[in-house]
Ligand binder design. Structure first.
Ligand code: SF4
Length: 247
C-alpha cells in the first residue's frame, strides 16, 4: 500500500522570515520555520519550537501565508529555506518542497539529521543543505549529549551519508559551548571534517540569547574560547572555514 502524501497546507509553520541574504549562500531567500524538534540541545535558541503542537498563547504562521508571500515576491527572491525546529519532522515537508519548486523557487534545508528516512524523501529536490553537526561523530556520546538525546549521532550519520550520496551542496555547522565541547573534542571534530573532505564549515560560538531565563547554559563563554590552536586546526582542516559569534 502506498503512503498517502500529506499536502503542503498541513505544514506546521511556526514563523516566517520574509527576506534574508545569509541563510542560503549566494541567494536571496525566505525562511520557513517548521514547528517541532525531537532533540533537546541545551543551547537551543528556539525552545518554543521544540513541541510539535503550537503554544496556544503564541502566534504562528501558515502555509497559506507562505504561498501568499512567494507569489508577491516573485522575481525578488531566489529560494526558500526550510528551517526549525527540525523541518524533517513534518510529514508535509515533501509536498511543501515540491510546491516551492512549482512556484519557481529553489528549495534549501537546515537540519540536524534527526529523521534520515524523511530526509531521503526530499534530498533529490534540494539545492543546498545547512547540516548541524552537534559534535564530532567520532565521539558519539559527546554528540548525543550536545543533542540532548541518545541515538542522535547514529541518525545524523545516516542523514549525512544520504546527503553525500545525493551530491547536494552543503555546509556543516557546529554551535559550541565549553561545557559541551572541550578543545580536545573540537580537535576531533576538525579531524572528522578533514577525513570526510567537508569543504564548508562554520563554527558558531554560543552566545546567551537575550531573556536568558530560557537558556540552560548560564555560563558566559570567555572571549578566548576556543583557543587559537583550535581555530587554526579548523582553518587547516576545511577549505572554507567561517567563525560566527552567535547573538
Ligand atoms: S536541533 Fe535545533 S531546534 Fe532542535 S533542540 Fe537542537 S537547537 Fe533546538
Amino acid at each position: 500500500m502506498t503512503k498517502e502524501a500529506v499536502p503542503a497546507a498541513k505544514l506546521r509553520v511556526a514563523a516566517v522570515t520574509p527576506f534574508t541574504t545569509i541563510d542560503f549562500p549566494g541567494k536571496l531567500s525566505a525562511v520557513v520555520f517548521v514547528q517541532g524538534c525531537p532533540w533537546r540541545c541545551p543551547y537551543c535558541h528556539n525552545p518554543w519550537m521544540q513541541p510539535r503542537e503550537f503554544a496556544p498563547d503564541l502566534e504562528h504562521g501558515s502555509w497559506q501565508g507562505v504561498e501568499h508571500l512567494l507569489k508577491r515576491r516573485k522575481g525578488l527572491l531566489d529560494g526558500v529555506v526550510f528551517s526549525g525546529g527540525e523541518p524533517t519532522i513534518d510529514p508535509a515537508l515533501p509536498a511543501a518542497v515540491e510546491r516551492v519548486r512549482e512556484l519557481g523557487y529553489l528549495a534549501a534545508l537546515h537540519t540536524g539529521g534527526a529523521y534520515p528516512a524523511h530526509f531521503a524523501e526530499v534530498a533529490g529536490r534540494l539545492s543546498w543543505v545547512g547540516l548541524d553537526v552537534k559534535a564530532s561523530p567520532d565521539l558519539p556520546d559527546a554528540f548525543d549529549r550536545a543533542a540532548g538525546r541518545t541515538g542522535a549521532c547514529a541518525k545524523f550519520l545516516e542523514t549525512y551519508r544520504t546527503l553525500r550520496e545525493a551530491g547536494i551542496e552543503y555546509e556543516c555547522r557546529t554551535t559550541v559551548h565549553p561545557t559541551l565541547h572541550d578543545e580536545a573534542g573540537l580537535m576531533r571534530l576538525a579531524d572528522w571534517l578533514e577525513a570526510e573532505g567537508v569543504e564548508h564549515f562554520a563554527l558558531q560560538i554560543y552566545r546567551a540569547p537575550k531573556g536568558l531565563l530560557l537558556s540552560k547554559l548560564l555560563a558566559r563563554v570567555d572571549a578566548d574560547y576556543p583557543g587559537d590552536a583550535v581555530l587554526e586546526r579548523f582553518r587547516q582542516a576545511v577549505p572554507h572555514f567561517t567563525l560566527r559569534r552567535e547573538s
